[in-house]
Design a protein around this ligand. Structure first.
Ligand SMILES: NC(=O)c1ccc[n+]([C@@H]2O[C@H](COP(=O)([O-])OP(=O)(O)OC[C@H]3O[C@@H](n4cnc5c(N)ncnc54)[C@H](O)[C@@H]3O)[C@@H](O)[C@H]2O)c1
Ligand SMILES: O=CCCC(=O)C(=O)O
Length: 526
């Protein structure tokens, strides 16, 4: 399939005239064809107008029809075949197996949302039947369902060009909720974005949906993203990227005459707590496992283990020796973009330049452009507590080992951490008491708590939480991965004494959709 450099605005392919840009192959530094025309306010205006026109029809599509739409997108993405993988490899520097796996995750995610839509529990239908005889006052007939918020702006993430980009979790969950989507594609992978965008557009057409259900915009610099978030027809935002970018979009959303929710996933250093009995039992295996998680995908995972905490002593020394050996043998890896590579190098320079930090190990030397050497640093709990900047995220394969005098000091450090996507404990049975004491802190700090695993590699499932307190995300009440992500784009509406013929199907007597509903507080299928 030829990539033309055009945006997709509803059914139309439109070449922007507000500047031009090309993707760069980070492995060679070469610019890739074709040039993409950047969009501006005119394109934002057109995409949002179409999305608004599409909204009322799209939000009332039947559950089966909407599920079939999501499944058609999945099938169309698979039909792109190797063209998609080859282009994504060239634009991201990520290897084939990783991208094939990510395509599987993307397609699986769309299919999981299709199942969720069909099952209908997300409508959260509730019926409190009228009680005309109640004294002293009768009760009205009160019913509730959830409806979609309206058109959603989605910002494709650089680090997952498929699973967190044009047809990623934000788009899948917004479409599942019944929200049209306008994507601002990431400039690092415009060709990949265009291919996936065309798969979605074809699904919109073949499923007979209004063209404005999906648009894909590109742009040079920040103005297009700000314009999109500021458009009054956009009612929510999904974002994965930098803390600065997420904060800027939150500010733009708050400045609107009608402020809207921004679901931004931004910055996390994902602490790993190496508990004493676990270290005593398997320090070497933990050291190797840690380095495998740290260096996966050149460390460009928001779940990357960026700090480790352990009690100072011989077992932590054994862990450190194993990690130093594994990291020293890890090959340098190509990062996603020259900008991300430069940010990594400056983060590593900041850590290695700190008087409170020792460099414990560096990975193998670089042999090509935009490659990064993994890095392991060490410090003490006291130094970490004294220098708040040591908890700033270094996006890439760099981590900081904090030596603590005892498990109480590990808890003290945990209390000082910012909000996190994940917190991991490596523990054995004898660590149970210390972990029990740590857990309340971890629950306050993180969206997901793991035992004896590594934080990278998020399962897309019903119980997943990929979220957490600020700055991990802008809204800790939700998740951007897993089926609960649909909730971000819904709101409850209550229908009081509305005549039966005017009620939405989900709330009608006799339960024509066969939904799980709560009648007078009791769950069931009536
Ligand atoms: N934690 C994570 O999951 C994660 C993921 C990717 C990148 N990052 C961090 O972000 C850095 C830059 O990478 P990136 O390009 O992927 O992220 P980014 O935040 O710079 O950009 C993401 C998207 O947001 C838009 N954007 C950014 N700032 C904006 C602003 N002020 N106004 C309007 N739109 C704006 C960009 O155009 C892009 O489409 C990395 O070096 C890394 O530190 C973090
Ligand atoms: O980069 C953010 C997402 C990380 C993820 O999905 C994973 O670890 O699998």
């Amino acid at each position: 399939m030829t990539i033309t450099g055009a945006m997709l605005i509803g059914a139309e392919s439109h070449r922007g005239s507000d500047g031009a840009f090309r993707a760069v192959d980070p492995a060679t530094g070469a610019a890739l064809e074709p040039a993409f025309g950047g969009g501006g306010t005119a394109e934002v205006e057109r995409a949002c107008a179409l999305a608004w026109v599409a909204f009322d029809a799209f939000r009332e599509t039947g559950l089966k029809a909407r599920a079939a739409f999501l499944e058609t997108i999945a099938a169309n993405i698979l039909e792109l075949g190797d063209d998609l993988i080859v282009r994504a490899m060239a634009e991201s520097g990520l290897p084939r197996p990783r991208l094939e796996g990510e395509r599987g995750r993307t397609v699986g995610q769309l299919r999981l949302f299709a199942q969720t839509v069909r099952e209908g529990g997300w409508l959260e239908a509730r019926i409190d039947p009228a009680q005309p005889e109640r004294t002293p006052l009768p009760r009205s007939d009160v019913r509730q369902r959830h409806i979609p918020l309206g058109p959603v702006a989605v910002f494709g993430a650089s680090n997952f060009p498929l699973a967190f980009s044009v047809a990623g979790g934000d788009t899948a969950s917004a479409l599942a909720a019944g929200c049209p989507v306008v994507v601002k594609g990431h400039s690092a992978h415009p060709g990949t974005s265009a291919l996936v965008g065309r798969a979605i557009r074809a699904a919109v057409a073949s499923c007979g949906l209004p063209e404005g259900v999906f648009s894909l915009l590109f742009g040079v610099g920040n103005p297009i993203g700000t314009a999109l978030v500021s458009d009054p027809r956009i009612k929510a935002v999904g974002f994965t990227g930098s803390r600065g970018g997420g904060l800027a979009l939150m500010e733009a959303a708050a400045r609107r005459a009608e402020p809207i929710p921004v679901y931004a996933e931004m910055s996390s250093i994902n602490p790993v707590f190496l508990m004493p009995a676990a270290l005593a039992a398997r320090a070497e295996a933990l050291g190797k496992g840690f380095v495998a998680s740290l260096t996966m995908g050149a460390g460009q995972f928001c779940t990357n283990p960026g700090i480790l905490l352990g009690v100072d002593g011989p077992d932590l020394d054994r862990f450190t020796a194993a990690a130093v050996e594994a990291l020293g043998g890890s090959a340098a890896a190509t990062m996603l973009t020259p900008g991300i590579h430069a940010a990594y190098d400056s983060g590593v320079a900041r850590l290695s330049g700190s008087a409170a930090v020792a460099t414990l190990a560096r990975g193998m030397a670089c042999s090509g452009p935009n490659q990064a050497q993994a890095a392991l640093f060490g410090t003490t709990a006291d130094a970490f507590l004294a220098e708040p900047g040591l908890q700033d995220e270094v996006f890439g394969a760099a981590s900081l080992l904090i030596r603590c005098p005892d498990t109480a000091a590990m808890r003290t450090v945990a209390e000082r951490l910012e909000g996190q996507l994940t917190a991991t404990v490596q523990m054995d049975a004898a660590d149970g008491g210390a972990v029990a004491a740590l857990l309340p802190t971890l629950e306050r700090k993180a969206g997901r708590i793991l035992a004896n695993g590594w934080p990278t590699g998020v399962e897309v499932c019903h119980a997943m939480v990929h979220g957490g307190p600020f700055p991990a995300t802008s809204d800790s009440r939700t998740t951007s991965v897993g089926t609960l992500a649909i909730r971000r784009f819904l709101r409850p509406v209550c229908y009081q004494d509305i005549p039966a013929a005017l009620l939405p199907e989900a709330l009608r007597d006799g339960n024509p959709l066969g939904l799980w509903r709560r009648i007078d507080g009791m769950p069931g299928q009536s």
